[in-house]
Design a binder for this molecule. Structure first.
Ligand SMILES: [Zn+2]
Length: 398
């Protein structure tokens, strides 16, 4: 790529950032609240952003607004949870392209910039067999429908987004929700009763911490390098593990024909598991990211729900009480109906149920949602075990 092409791409980043930051700066409404609706933000900012950016493609303006809206929504969510957070600021080099602002071929792309189109060839490994590139970009089953361009360490990276043709069909009339509960003892548990133990991760982490502590005490230079080495090996190992778990989670959603994976939001996890270490928080973060990334090509959305009471509520009868979960015990025991079940599995069902109910309450005529359970998918008309009666009722169409 020529220097002038690179310059044009940098100019795009700058304009994209400016557009996103401009939307953020115009988001405060007269009543002091923050506007997060994309269409309202469009009304408020489109003309100004078009005028103040220099030939930024209209679809890049729109993409920058979407980014700003998502970031604003996340901040408002945190405020609702009582967290302190400031309005987002965009500082990094990136731009989101779609099929109008870019033409994405199998081996090269043409990208809109303020100076006209830039054509860039992909730099690929010599052998792409078995890579995501092979699976999604070169495959006929998927079509590339967008990309995010990043700049890091002196190189441009284009992250392509692909979707299956199936996504073009109408969304399922009754989207099914897979609920996921995250924790320390069990890293993840789904509403379909699949468990991923956190045991090995915790064990290895403890061993690593101990070893690091001992080495730090010796204080020599070689100890310093050893710490670095084992630290890197440990992060690589834990990353691999989280990749595997996220892949299996998405697989679980596919097998149960779920179009939505529901997690409790990260702030919620932070509060619920107050003794979770920074490392564990980081692991949850990473798992989120991996799941989202792996679920997208299958048209599976990830949603975050407010976690209030997911561990205290009985997923069978809906009874909510602090005493429902005996302290330090894996077993959930309902004081009302006597339902006994693994506490994390109970919580996972509640996470899914929360999202099911959120759909119910909406007046937008959104499709009825249902919950994926161990015994199959449940809705009001389907079969369900009596224990799941309430969750099932939550799926009744208004
Ligand atoms: Zn109960």
């Amino acid at each position: 790529m020529s220097d002038s092409d690179a310059e044009s791409l940098h100019a795009t980043f700058e304009e994209f950032r400016f557009a996103a930051n401009c939307v953020v700066s115009r988001s405060r409404k007269e009543n002091g609240y923050i506007e997060t609706s994309k269409s309202c933000l469009h009304e408020r900012t489109y003309d100004e952003v078009r005028e103040r950016t220099d030939d930024l493609h209209a679809n890049l303006v729109q993409a920058a607004r979407s980014r700003a809206a998502d970031a604003l929504k996340a901040v408002v969510e945190r405020w609702k949870d009582g967290d302190k957070a400031s309005l987002p600021t965009f500082t990094s080099d990136f731009a989101d392209y779609d099929n109008r602002s870019a033409t994405l071929h199998d081996d090269w792309a043409s990208l809109a910039t303020p100076d006209g189109r830039v054509e860039a060839e992909y730099v690929l490994p010599p052998e792409t067999d078995g890579t995501p590139f092979d699976k999604y970009v070169e495959s006929d089953k998927y079509s590339v429908n967008g990309a995010t361009l990043h700049y890091r360490n002196g190189s441009f990276y284009l992250h392509l987004r692909a979707k299956t043709e199936m996504d073009d069909a109408e969304p399922a009339e009754h989207p099914s929700v897979l609920g996921v509960d995250l924790g320390i003892e069990n890293l993840a548990v789904t509403s379909t009763a699949r468990f991923w133990s956190g045991g090995l991760l915790n064990h290895r982490r403890d061993a690593y911490e101990r070893l690091r502590g001992n080495l730090q005490q010796t204080g020599t230079e070689s100890a310093h390098w050893t710490i670095k080495g084992i630290g890197q090996r440990f992060s690589q190992w834990s990353e691999d593990l989280l990749h595997t778990v996220s892949k299996e989670l998405v697989q679980e959603a596919i097998e149960h024909e779920c179009s939505i994976i529901a997690f409790e939001n990260l702030t919620g996890i932070r509060e619920r598991i107050s003794n979770a270490s920074k490392f564990q928080q980081g692991a949850f973060n990473q798992l989120f990211e991996y799941v989202e990334y792996k679920a997208e090509p299958f048209g599976i959305d990830m949603v975050e729900v407010n976690p209030a009471y997911t561990s205290q509520r009985c997923s069978a009868c809906g009874h909510t009480a602090e005493g429902n979960r005996p302290n330090g015990d894996d077993e959930f025991c309902c004081g009302n109906c006597g339902y006994e079940v693994h506490a994390d599995y109970n919580a996972a069902k509640n996470v899914a149920w929360k999202h099911v109910r959120a759909g119910q309450k909406s007046r937008s005529g959104r499709a009825n949602r249902q919950l994926a359970l161990k015994s199959g998918t449940v809705n009001a008309n389907g079969e369900y075990s009596p224990a799941d009666a309430v969750s099932a009722r939550a799926g009744v169409h208004r």
